[in-house]
Design a protein. Sequence first.
Length: 181
Amino acid sequence: MKFTQIKEQYKSIFESYDTPSLETHIQKIMDLDFYLPYSSTFYCITNTQDLTFEYISKNFKSCLGIEANDLKAKGMRYFWSRIHPEDIDVWLSALNSLMQFTIGEIPEDKRKDANYTWNYRFKNAKGDYVNIVQNTTPLAFDSDMKPIIGLAHYTVLDAKIKMEITASAKLLNDKKEYETI
């Protein structure tokens, strides 16, 4: 699948007309990033409307060997170019299903309590495909309550682990525990 096709399909999944403010979220994440230790997990603030990464944590480079500035400057198109070609269609289908599920099944007042998880293979700086498990929590919504800004946590796992691509949605229950829905 060509990157223009990926961009169009991705953009249609997260289509919106609002432009929420991110400054407060980004500053808090930057402050937190200073104190967090290096680990096999990095995080970003994603903007699915503009197809950009508003913030990328310091662990991005230690996890993947790629400069965060490259990702920041080149955006999601660059990120997509590093996803394993065999995973693209399944991954996009999973994202589309999650968004349709969100809009159709999660009440608007509960969407702020949702969390989404999916996985794919990603090419690191050495050219090896590693497994990434991504957890994204919405931070901002458009006027239709479709999530468009998210805090995404990426955990990098060894390439030798064989994983099928899966996706799930979780929702906080009354006890403030996530339940897969």
